[in-house]
Design a protein around this ligand. Structure first.
Ligand code: TRP
Ligand code: ZN
Length: 468
């Protein structure tokens, strides 16, 4: 309890807060976060309500049952977390779905819904530093969210299951989450589906059991993972399993309608991972693979951790791209969506390097073809290091000009230092986080050159940069 001598101060705060609280209540918004309530967002201006303040999740244990006919999900999520401040109340992100019970520790907690926030009030306040467990029972028909760029993400139903891709904010459509990449955690995901369907998540398959016409798949990812990289994709899949020469456990799940087109590309996965490991350093995970769904309306692939997800049979370039993300984006994570070029610029440049080293056009040729575009082209519409809003994070400047920035760096420092920088980047921040400023610093450190001006021009200057 609060010691008595603090009462007057608390009282004053409460009086001052009355007006904004009343206004917020009228608008149906969350009450302003005080010093003992967890913030409703992680502070990312592109997605202000994504993630939450006041705690860190260590582990998600998700138990899901999905009926592919009625499209109903019945689920329990158990989150193990640590409070980073005293908490009388905290938020989880959850979009749609009906919550039936929330417990904190063994005690039932109060909860209410407020847009995409599930506001939890534990019976007893949590101490700063306290480890705690939150259990959420929920069910309903999950629906994807529409992103600012118009794309759908999250739980996307298909004709035989669901395509589950959470970037940037769709994790909350299927589990209560601290949904910003700043907070990574390990995952156990157990999914029960009608017999004959396969449910695929990231990491290693611990068990697969069929009883009473249903099959339960238990997946475990022990490496820290951002919520947007989790999946629970369900379909009628052909499954292939093997272990690579490096001891990586591969699990491929392929929709029969995509199998013929996918086969020659998936066959290259071990050699692609070996090639990427030579360039970027050891593969950061224990498991790998592919989920090739038949989801023609989705329109994109996602680098789900350890097991990229494709909406149709991928080309080799896409396979290289999504697996490059395992180093750049999955192992080394963003702290803010503004830095998205650290994911997409790097994965795109990996495609350029792959072509260059496998008898295709050189990275220089790729650069030149893009650079030839006039100043009015969409490629120069905004700088990759500062796309300006969540609507632009998957735009051409982020992918292509982001890759061009890396190519300019390579020309400035030479191949030897450039590849040393790439490897050092993946190694220094392995299983962690990093920012653009840290990348610029590392590049300067490794090369001994002053690179701020060049990288700032390519990453932050509006319009078409001059190239030397
Ligand atoms: N990160 C994905 C890739 O390039 C692309 C992606 C994920 C995407 N979610 C999206 C693109 C939503 C557009 C809209 O590998
Ligand atoms: Zn990508």
């Amino acid at each position: 309890m609060t010691p008595p001598h603090r009462q007057p101060a608390r009282h004053r705060t409460a009086v001052l807060a009355t007006v904004p609280v009343a206004v917020a209540a009228l608008l149906g918004a969350a009450a302003p976060a005080g010093p003992t309530t967890g913030a409703p967002g992680a502070g990312d201006p592109y997605f202000p309500l994504s993630g939450n303040g006041g705690y860190d999740v260590r582990h998600y244990d998700l138990t899901l049952r999905y009926d592919t006919t009625s499209r109903r999900l019945d689920a329990t999520a158990v989150l193990t977390a640590r409070a980073t401040q005293r908490l009388t109340r905290f938020d989880l992100d959850l979009s749609g779905l009906k919550v039936t019970a929330v417990t904190v520790g063994r005690t039932e907690a109060g909860f209410r819904r407020d847009g995409q926030e599930l506001v939890v009030t534990p019976r007893h306040a949590l101490r700063a530093g306290q480890e705690f467990r939150v259990t959420v029972a929920y069910h309903g028909t999950p629906k994807p969210v529409t992103d600012p760029d118009g794309a759908a993400d999250g739980w996307i139903p298909t004709d035989d299951g669901a395509f589950v891709a959470g970037e940037p904010q769709g994790a909350m459509t299927w589990f209560p989450t601290n949904g910003h990449p700043r907070d990574k955690a390990s995952y156990d995901i157990t999914i029960t589906v009608p017999k004959g369907r396969t449910a695929v998540a990231g990491g290693v398959l611990l068990s697969e059991r069929t009883a009473h016409g249903r099959t339960t798949f238990h997946w475990r990812e022990t490496q820290p993972m951002a919520a947007y990289l989790a999946t629970a994709t369900i379909g009628k899949f052909q499954v292939e399993r093997y272990t690579t020469r490096d001891g990586i456990q591969v699990y491929n799940a392929v929709d029969a309608r995509e199998a013929r087109a996918a086969a020659p590309v998936l066959k290259k996965l071990p050699s692609v991972l070996e090639w990427e490991s030579k360039l970027f350093g050891p593969y950061p995970f224990r498991a790998a693979g592919s989920i090739v769904d038949h989801a023609p309306d989705v329109g994109y692939a996602l680098e789900t951790q350890t097991r990229p997800l494709y909406d149709s049979a991928p080309g080799l370039g896409t396979l290289v791209h999504e697996n490059a993300h395992q180093w750049f984006g999955d192992s080394v994570s963003l702290t803010a969506w503004k830095d998205i070029w650290l994911n997409e610029g790097f994965a795109t440049y990996a495609e350029w390097l792959y072509r260059e080293q496998h008898g295709g056009r050189s990275a220089q040729q790729a650069f030149d073809a893009l650079y030839a575009r006039p100043a009015s082209d969409g490629l120069w519409a905004y700088p990759p290091g500062d796309p300006g809003s969540g609507a632009h994070i998957f735009g051409t400047p982020v992918y292509q000009r982001g890759a061009m920035a890396l190519h300019e760096l390579r020309r400035a420092v030479g191949d030897r230092d450039f590849f040393r920088i790439l490897r050092a980047w993946a190694t220094a921040h392995r299983a962690g986080h990093a920012t653009t400023a840290q990348f610029v610093r590392l590049a300067e450190e490794k090369s001994g050159k002053s690179l701020k001006e060049l990288l700032h021009t390519w990453l932050y200057a509006p319009g078409k940069p001059n190239s030397t």
